[in-house]
Ligand binder design. Structure first.
Ligand code: ADP
Ligand code: MG
Length: 490
């Protein structure tokens, strides 16, 4: 008899909570499925004592969250199930960490504290004095989801991310992601490139665009280093659970420079792996940047690495000279500064390593001219850029060669790409090919492709022609010598 009663009671609390869940799910509706999964599914019923239901919640943060957001709903469903005296009592798991975390062993795992329920007209709160710190790693008191600061920079927008062949795929994938975060095949979206080619800018821009198109979405930008530090801090404060819960509330998570975790932060990576899975399952968007392609990301957890390959992997290449010019023009326009085309071209042709250096050169030039109250002339630019370039690595590119050749022939550089058989254009093309072969490490095929889309045989022929003319034609000899000198000086 007694046995049956115990069993009944045991089943009662589960049944009561299952009924509550049904009502809660109904009340929240399908549009709040995510909230339901996040905040109600993890609650475990423990015991029914008269008309008081005891449930377990994973952390103090969790408790505060549901109390703040769902108190009325809970009140309603509990009273529906247990009558007007129905009460809810919480048992809070204080120190549970994610599985396999080493700090678990040093903690009294599953230590709990009970909080008497808030289902009276004067709800009892956890005494804030004693409550542990709210877990928002970004330190906003009284965390609310809509108040999670995105940490996005307002200056790195999609509008001022200049489009070029070098970034077309990444940029348009980024736009698609911002339009439909979590709903495209680009999840995660992994952006990779060498340094200074716009990963941070683009990732940030996608975040801003998402917020613009979907103001209700929570977007969070974090560097992998910051994430790692926060995780370590959460470990020290025994609130890894809260840390993870915090990240699980985000709709669009951007983690910048994930290569930082290579060969370190194994526990951080594990935590991120959990968060990744959680978000991915719920169709939340994940954007990751790395200065290496996934195949080269050594020392990253294999499980995490395989996840990174799930979505779209888009690289950013170094911009070509036209894109470099467009970037310079855009920066100048933003700053309201005017510069002549020849100055812009000189910078664009001479700085080809990455966009950060391009910007750096521009800023130094502007600073120089305003400090010395000098006009930004081509002369000043040359002095400045030549100094600037010496200190970084300088490489003569095919673009640059074409430009110098065309300048000395007084031809617009675009002519090189024309199919024209006009003598001077053919000559400019041949000279460009000749010097490209001499100076750059590019293959004949690449040189041909960049000089008017010709094949390698044409390049070879051009080199022979110039070599011959050099012996026989005084004009060409002078021209070649003069150009040679220019390239040596460069
Ligand atoms: P990464 O994160 O790849 O090292 P950043 O995103 O920090 O590079 O970019 C370096 C600088 O170059 C930034 O100031 C950024 O605004 C600028 N930049 C890079 N690509 C572009 C682009 N396509 N259009 C405009 N600015 C760019
Ligand atoms: Mg960056």
């Amino acid at each position: 008899m007694e046995n049956r009663n115990t069993k009944n009671i045991e089943e009662d609390y589960k049944r009561v909570w299952a009924n509550c869940l049904d009502v809660i799910k109904d009340s929240l509706g399908p549009e709040n499925q995510k909230a339901f999964d996040t905040w109600f599914v993890p609650i475990v019923p423990l015991q029914l004592d008269g008309s008081t239901l005891l449930v377990q919640v994973p952390s103090p943060f969790f408790y505060e969250w549901i109390e703040e957001h769902y108190i009325d709903l809970l009140k309603r469903v509990i009273r529906l199930q247990l009558g007007p005296n129905g009460m809810l009592k919480y048992s809070i798991v204080m120190d549970q960490t994610i599985p396999s975390d080493p700090i678990k062993t040093t903690l009294a795992s599953n230590s709990r504290r009970s909080v008497q329920n808030p289902l009276t007209d004067m709800p009892i709160n956890i005494n804030k004095e004693n409550a542990r710190e709210l877990p928002n790693p970004f330190v906003i008191p009284g965390l609310k989801k809509d108040r999670i600061p995105s940490q996005l920079s307002p200056t790195y927008t999609l509008e001022n991310f200049v489009e070029g062949e070098c970034n077309r795929l990444a940029r348009s994938a980024g736009y698609a992601v911002a339009e439909k975060p979590g709903q495209t095949a680009f999840n995660p979206l992994l952006l990779h490139s060498n340094v200074g080619l716009g990963k941070t800018h683009l990732a940030n821009a996608i975040g801003l665009k998402t917020k613009e198109l979907h103001p209700e979405k929570t977007v969070l930008y974090v560097t992998s280093e910051q994430f790692m530090q926060q995780y370590a801090q959460a470990g020290r404060d025994n609130n890894v659970n809260d840390f993870i819960h915090f990240y699980e509330m985000v709709d669009v998570l951007i983690v910048d420079d994930i290569q930082f975790w290579s060969g370190r932060g194994q526990k951080t990576q594990e935590a991120f792996f959990h968060i990744f899975n959680y978000l991915h399952q719920r169709n939340c968007q994940i954007i990751i940047t790395s200065d290496k392609a996934p195949g080269e990301l050594q020392g990253l957890e294999p499980r995490l690495l395989s996840r990174l390959k799930w979505g779209l992997n888009a690289d950013l290449q170094a911009p070509d000279v036209e894109t470099r010019k467009a970037i310079l023009r855009q920066k100048l326009q933003n700053d309201g500064i005017e510069m002549s085309d020849e100055v812009i071209e000189y910078i664009a042709y001479n700085i080809n390593t990455n966009v950060r250096e391009l910007e750096g050169a521009l800023i130094s030039l502007i600073a120089q001219s305003s400090l010395n109250r000098k006009q930004i002339t081509l002369e000043l630019t040359k002095q400045m850029i030549d100094k600037y370039v010496q200190s970084s690595t300088r490489e003569i590119t095919i673009d640059y060669i074409q430009k110098v050749v065309c300048d000395s022939l007084n031809l617009p550089v675009e002519n090189i790409q024309m199919t024209s058989r006009k003598r001077e254009i053919v000559q400019a093309r041949q000279l460009s090919m000749y010097f490209a072969k001499k100076i750059t490490k590019s293959s004949l095929a690449v040189i041909g492709m960049q000089c008017g889309n010709k094949d390698h045989a044409t390049v070879l022929h051009a080199c022979k022609t110039i070599e011959n003319l050099r012996q026989t034609d005084r004009y060409i000899r002078n021209l070649v010598d003069e150009l040679e000198k220019k390239f040596k000086e460069a």
